[in-house]
Design a protein around this ligand. Structure first.
Ligand code: XMP
Length: 517
């Protein structure tokens, strides 16, 4: 099987549950070195079969002294590979090799000044003193026999260490976070100078390898793929198409819950710009009927998810001879979560419409399952996809149904579409579309009194929501310029029939959520 990373140049991160684990993999990939994450209990065989040039041990919410604290896989050091321990990773190396880890009830959290005494190898290119980010309780009291101290901070007498005769390194601080400004140099040094990687992995090499891999996997079979117009399914379609051409058929189910003109635009894009075969099905009436009288948001989601599976299957059957279902699953959704990882993985799961692969009895093709979102965008750019396709804001699967509070009707959909179109249009015109994570309108189940000319009105209220965020897990309300908000409000009230009041949502997440339902 073809593998990413030239000549097996790959680094493995063993995840002990730190919230920063993914960042280690991202920094590595930014350095041009392919990197994956395995749970810390993956076992030696699985680790060996990955074929890494080096292994990074992540941080953890645990203390090595705690009962049930995760340890190194049995026989770990017999692998003979270069190792870099980060924070907890440093502490388990110390414990395993006979050093002393001091218990501490006080956490050291925040910036610290790292004084480097040995600038060879890991710290090459750094200054004598560097800002680093600490987030730990325990600290190393004495390194294992045969280890030398490479750097110190005021609070950590051993802030970095290495074995004198083996390529085993460890850091008390977190090189993967932005608060350690030169941390990426340290990680890159580990991969390149210590593990001997060249750093030549990029989206172009990914594309070549993945297209070959798709061809090899699929053979002469046919593939279907459900597209939504979003970045993931579009890039997924493009790469499968690049690999197998017209043996890919895309399916676009218009659930009637998309934004103004969006369904039409998606089809046009695929047919005229991307030249990818796509079958469109307008199922808006089916969805609307199923949603009649439904007010509860979770029921709306379930109904929409179930109808989608049903309609999709219906259409797929009409294509015939298909053996594979392609999906734009991304890496954050497939990283095996370590059981003690925080609640973030759980919160996200309810968002997945899911269910398709299980019921369809098709083999699953997931060409993006090794990529992070920003890499998917870069891959799209590499394949020449338009900027507006690549940088589309995320849009929830249940669409406008969860932005109409209460019952979804054709009339309310029409009102929301117009209001939403104004919000997005104005944000784009102000050049802020890419700076905000999501921006949209919400139709409230509230009517309020207004005046229009000499008459009193009693009409709907619309909430405008615009948030900044890195990943949708946390978010802050966007500080949009007053004039922009004024223009949006004015236009909605004047141009959208049935709306006489606009409010701006200034809640952050948490405790709020991005969507209103
Ligand atoms: P919340 O509202 O939970 O949203 O802060 C976080 C992100 O998830 C999107 N979202 C969904 N996406 N199906 C989806 O595909 C859903 O049911 C769903 N609910 C929320 C939301 O737009 C935001 O990007």
């Amino acid at each position: 099987m073809l593998e990413h990373g030239p000549e097996g140049e790959r680094i493995l991160v063993l995840d002990f549950g730190s919230q920063y684990t993914q960042l280690i993999a991202r920094r590595m990939r930014e350095a041009g070195v392919y990197c994956e994450i395995y749970p810390c209990d993956a076992g030696l065989d699985k680790i060996r079969s990955f074929g890494a040039r080096g292994i990074i041990l992540s941080g953890s919410p645990f203390s090595v002294h705690q009962k049930g604290a995760p340890g190194l896989p049995k026989g770990f050091f017999e692998l003979g590979l270069p190792v870099l321990g980060v924070c907890y990773g440093m502490q388990i190396i110390t414990k395993a090799l006979g050093g002393r880890v001091a218990r501490s009830s006080k956490r050291e959290y925040g910036s610290a000044l790292l004084k480097i005494s040995d600038k060879g190898g890991l710290f090459e290119g750094l200054s004598d003193v560097e800002n680093v980010w600490m987030s730990h309780g325990d600290r190393i009291e004495s390194p294992p026999p045969g280890f030398v101290t490479l750097a110190t901070t005021d609070n950590s007498p051993v802030a970095a260490m290495r074995s004198a005769d083996k390529p085993v390194y460890a850091l008390q601080f977190h090189p993967e976070v932005v608060h350690t400004p030169n941390g990426k140099i340290i990680l890159s040094n580990f991969a390149k100078k210590i593990c001997g990687c060249s750093g030549s992995w990029n989206m172009r090499s990914f594309l070549a390898t993945e297209a070959d891999r798709i061809r090899e996997t699929v053979g002469e079979d046919r593939v279907i793929l459900g597209i939504s117009g979003g970045v993931d399914s579009t890039v997924c379609a493009a790469i499968v198409h690049e690999a197998i051409g017209d043996r890919l058929t895309c399916l676009f189910i218009d659930n009637g819950l998309m934004r103004k003109d969006e369904a039409k635009r998606v089809l046009e894009n695929f047919r005229k710009k991307l030249h990818i075969k796509v079958r469109g099905r307008d199922a808006s009436a089916v969805f609307l009927r199923a949603l009649k009288g439904v007010k509860d948001p979770e029921r709306k989601r379930k109904i929409i998810g179930a109808k989608f599976v049903q309609v999709f299957q219906d259409e797929a059957r009409k294509i015939g001879g298909v053996k594979w279902l392609a999906q734009g699953t991304l890496y954050p959704d497939v990283i095996e979560s370590v059981s003690f990882r925080g609640p973030s993985a759980v919160i996200k799961s309810h968002h997945n419409v899911g269910g398709l692969p299980k019921v369809m009895k098709l083999k699953l093709l997931e060409p993006l399952r090794e990529l992070f979102k920003d890499e998917v965008r870069a891959l799209g750019a590499e394949m020449g996809l338009d900027d507006d396709l690549i940088h589309r804001q995320p849009f929830p699967g249940p669409g406008l149904a969860i932005r109409i509070i209460g019952e979804v009707t054709a009339k309310r959909l029409a009102v929301l579409r117009e209001a939403d179109d104004i919000v997005v249009g104005e944000i784009k015109a102000a050049g802020l579309y890419r700076e905000v994570w999501q921006s949209f309108a919400v139709l409230l189940p509230v009517r309020s009194v207004g005046v229009m000319g000499d008459e009193r009105t009693y009409e709907n209220a619309v909430a405008v929501r615009a948030v900044t965020s890195r990943d949708g897990m946390t978010a802050d309300w966007a500080r949009l310029p007053d004039e922009l908000l004024a223009r949006i409000a004015n236009r909605i009230i004047n141009e959208v029939d049935g709306v006489n009041r606009v409010v701006y949502d200034i809640s952050s997440k948490p405790p709020g959520t991005i969507e209103w339902e």
